[in-house]
Design a protein around this ligand. Structure first.
Ligand code: PLP
Length: 373
């Protein structure tokens, strides 16, 4: 008796056998060089921890209002006004994932299509499907730019939204201002919602990531998070900002699902928004540069500008990203095959969110494997 008969059809399509196989293989590794991480290796800054502890110890442990603590919302609004000269409706979500779920549930009717780049963050198509929509993937290989013509030709009468992510997971690529402007104009031309996942907005190493907000303030739903920037992924904090009607419906759904983001984490996020993380950004820029210098000349890749990933092509002697990753596992190094993020299996994702020594050892090993065939 497995209980399979109780499980709904909507979950059947989730989880590809490809990644299951990689994780099964990875389970047998002892003390691997793990370059598969999706979170920073630095700890939450002390003042942020202290603010959460104070909140708990002073007995503020109950629900907050669904929209989030007024003081936190005020701080977020002030930031958006200062940075983007934008005064949208704002509410606090349980991570960016919470924001994504609510956005899809609030905006999609059955069969509504959502355009997204391929490669994409792993959960996007599943969340669109769960909400009854249809994910439409637009290939942005091989340069990972937001090709306007490819997005435009994927638009149908059913298209409801474009979901963009910059800096991107898995590529680390920051979309240019021109491409953001073009996407914003495309959304306006076809009356689409532009959902902008900016979870890596503070982790930029050459220049800030342009947001589509200045180009389409009336139709951008901005999703941002605290987890990656402040080393607090487990605290489950994010925020959504955008058109009043959309935010109101997302908040209504939050009332019946997540209820509110964790109270102590909300208080701590007020401190987070006033914290300086330039030291962490400097460290991650150095890590990015270290990876680039190590892989240069051996792997083909597009230089990443933010986040903590790089997405090289699998080397010539390997028939797919998965084949290269499997060879890596045999050599005790773990990276993620591109087919987890894509309909293609030609690349693999490296995370450089780990110590410099491990980055050096990991990159040396990856180069050795690449050059072995
Ligand atoms: C692009 C992107 N969006 C959203 C998320 C989910 O973020 P959170 O942990 O805040 O739910 C991630 C996490 O890896 C991500 O890479």
């Amino acid at each position: 008796m497995t209980g399979k008969q109780f499980v709904a059809e909507r979950v059947a399509s989730i989880g590809s056998s490809g990644i299951r196989r990689i994780f099964d293989l990875a389970a047998s590794m002892t003390n691997p060089i793990d370059m598969s991480m999706g979170q920073p290796d630095f700890d939450t800054p002390e003042p942020i921890k202290a603010a959460a502890i104070k909140c708990i110890q002073e007995g503020r442990n109950g629900y907050t209002v669904t929209h989030g603590l007024p003081e936190l919302r005020k701080t977020i609004s002030a930031k958006l006004k200062a940075e983007l000269d934008w005064e949208p409706s704002v509410f606090v979500t349980s991570g960016v994932s919470g924001g994504l779920v609510l956005a899809m549930m609030a905006c999609l009717n059955p069969g509504d299509e959502v355009l997204m780049a391929d490669p994409h963050f792993v959960s996007y198509p599943h969340l669109v499907n769960l909400a009854g929509g249809k994910p439409v993937k637009v290939s942005i290989y091989d340069d990972f730019r937001l090709h306007l013509d490819r997005f435009e030709s994927a638009i149908t009468p059913k298209t409801k939204a474009i979901l963009i992510n910059s800096p991107a997971n898995p590529t680390g690529i920051i979309a240019s201002k021109e491409d953001m402007k073009a996407m914003a104009e495309l959304a306006r031309k076809h009356d689409l919602l532009l959902i902008s996942d900016e979870i890596y907005d503070l982790l930029c190493y050459d220049e800030p990531a342009p947001s589509p907000v200045p180009f389409a303030p009336e139709r951008t739903l901005l999703l941002r998070g605290f987890g990656k920037s402040y080393g607090m992924t487990g605290w489950r904090m994010g925020y959504a900002a955008g058109p009043e009607a959309v935010i109101a419906e997302m908040a209504k759904l939050q009332q019946y699902t997540f209820v509110c983001a964790p109270h102590m984490a909300q208080e701590a996020c007020i401190t987070a928004l006033n914290s300086d993380i330039s030291e962490q950004v400097t460290n991650y820029r150095r890590k990015r540069d270290l990876v680039l210098s190590k892989l240069e000349g051996v792997f083909e890749f597009v230089r990443p500008g933010g986040g903590f990933f790089i997405y090289p092509k699998s080397p010539a002697g390997f028939k797919s990203g998965t084949a290269f990753v499997e060879e890596g596992i045999k050599n005790n190094i773990l990276v993620i095959p591109g087919n987890v993020f894509s309909d293609r299996d030609t690349h693999f994702r490296i995370s450089y969110a780990l110590s410099d020594a491990k980055i050096e050892a990991g990159c040396d090993l990856l180069c050795k494997i690449a050059q072995s065939r």
